[in-house]
Design a protein around this ligand. Sequence first.
Ligand code: MN
Length: 726
Amino acid sequence: MLDPANTNNFAFLQDELLNKLYDLLNSYLATAQITEITQVYEYSAAAHTGQLRKSGEAYICHPLSVAVILAEMKMDSHGIMAALLHDVIEDTAVTKDDLTTEFGSQVAELVDGVTKLTKIDSQSRAETQAENVRKMFLAMAVDLRVIIVKLADRLHNMQTLGVMPNSKKRRISKETMDIYIPIANRLGMNEIRHQLELLSFQAMYPKRYQVLKHAVKKARGHRGEIINKIENSIQHRLQEIDLNCKVMGREKHIPSIYQKMLRKKISFSAVYDVYAFRIFADNLDNCYRILGVVHNLYKPIPEKFKDYIALPKINGYQALHTILSGPYGVPIEIQIKTHHMYQMSESGIAAHWLYKDKTCDSSAKLQTYANEWLHDLLDMQSLSGNSLEFIENLKIDLFPHEIFVFTPQGKVIKLPSGSTIVDFAYAIHTDIGTHCNSARIDKHLVPLQSKLQNGMTIEVITTEWARPNVTWLNFVVTIKARTAVRNYLKNFQQQEAIHLGRRLLEKALLDMKLSLDTVPTARLEKLLTLMEFNNLDELLEDIGLGNKMPFLCAKRIQQNNLEAGLKLDDTYTDYKKTPLTIKGTEGMVIILAKCCRPIPGDIIIGYFNPGKGIVVHRHECRNHQNREGKNNHNTWLEIEWCPKANGDFYAGIRLEILNQRGTLATIASIISKMKSSIENVQIIEQDQKTSIDLITLSVKDRLHLANIMRKIKKLPIVLKITRIKA
Ligand code: MN
């Protein structure tokens, strides 16, 4: 990797980077693709002209370096182009549309994706949010190349931290530790992870880094001889039995030495005075053969052997690990693996296009690779029977069921995908949910049912009078919002039920020439106690919900002997009936029946539906007609429409029509001309010539419906039209 800090001549640096990039690209890309990349490079260099990095070199050196990092990973040509362009949208006048025109939508989408991630990491500052920010990253990057470009971008920024003030170095390093290292780890990209770990450790703890680096150097000097000795004896023994393999002394990674010292509370020498080797085998079988050889050469330490080939680690890591007791009793750590296992563990998800020798030209293909990679992991997991949690997390991350959005203060809120403004509002606070009225997303006003997408910043607008609406239940997704809306509506229904109950009881009392005001309080209270109610409202609510018949309650108030109770066959038919008037728009305790769909002007009757309130049917509805002869007349209530009833009501019509092209369209246009609208159409029968359709439409009243039906009937294609009774 290049270290620009050592290069004083910046122009030289740019040339050197370019040469390096072309050397790499020539090794795996076709000439046509490289030509395209050249055009992209020139475009980006022009866009960044005049911009300098903090360290003084031309800005283009940064995207160039990112491209070099990715070319070392054999990133495909679109990925390299995206790397070269990754800062143009954010830092120059170039727009996403410009990029689409110049280089096509794929490259433009990739660059746009990287830009969005860049915005997120500058937006989020809350430390506890790290996990959510990581998930948001993964969820937002529909194309995995976006993440990989972003990781390479971060790697280069970490490599060039040198010129930054210390506080900024620490902040960026902290962010790298919180966000980027775990992502690299999740994607199995250990090589990038190790580099990021080393660089952020260096920046966060420069003194500790120096001390450890010095200690490693010193220890290495002492150990050279013994390392050679062990290496040679292993190599020698393996050659004796013709096993082709490579033995390498393994240097411990400084951040992991430090972690181990912290974790196990042991000294540097206790961590470091272990001789570590890695043996590369040609194939899987040989791994086990080599194991036999080394166990024969030095005594293995009991219980230190781990077979991660048969039982891979949860991120897919495979190798045999053993610890031997070496010459002079020094412990020797041995890892045995194939080259393939090594590469898979270094590059993780990237290995799928790195080592398969395929060039991937579309994000769909790349997603397939991601799938393959996941499958490989799953296969290994099913062999090992390990916890699937890691895979589950990863699947969720890569194929998200969750979305992550911002509050205006930059707090990240996690929601299930498909969530709406109302879900978001309730997620913040129940009061905000209850009073939410609309919202602004990225400064645009949007309705409450708008679905949210990753990375949006949402500002909920509340008003004092806004209240939850029953229609919210059709679109809310979260349990919190659903429960809160239901609870609110239940309370609301309670108020309505009390109100209706009072009207019903007063009406029944009026028939007996009584009223609640004239009933002596003591008498009323005694009755409430007998009926096991705590107060009048409870009785009224029960009446309103259809659980108690108003007439029976009135009669009980009227009769001399309160204790006597009433027999069910008592009816109020002996009394003059004053129908209850309804508007049909009262709300939740007066429900218009779906079977016959009553509208103003119809003769109607109410049915007490226990627990729900009054269901309004048309008099001629089959459900009402069927009651005759049954002993349930107390559950029916005389009602009539309030003369001023107005609103939108729904009526059902049944049509028998000739099958012709455009028939329904003709009917629909008549309905719409008559200021009505179709709510639902259902074709219930159809043969060669005719079909029978059911249409639900909105009307003002009976007259309005009659006019519409008359107009439709005049059409020659209509054989028969009737209103649906039940
Ligand atoms: Mn950048």
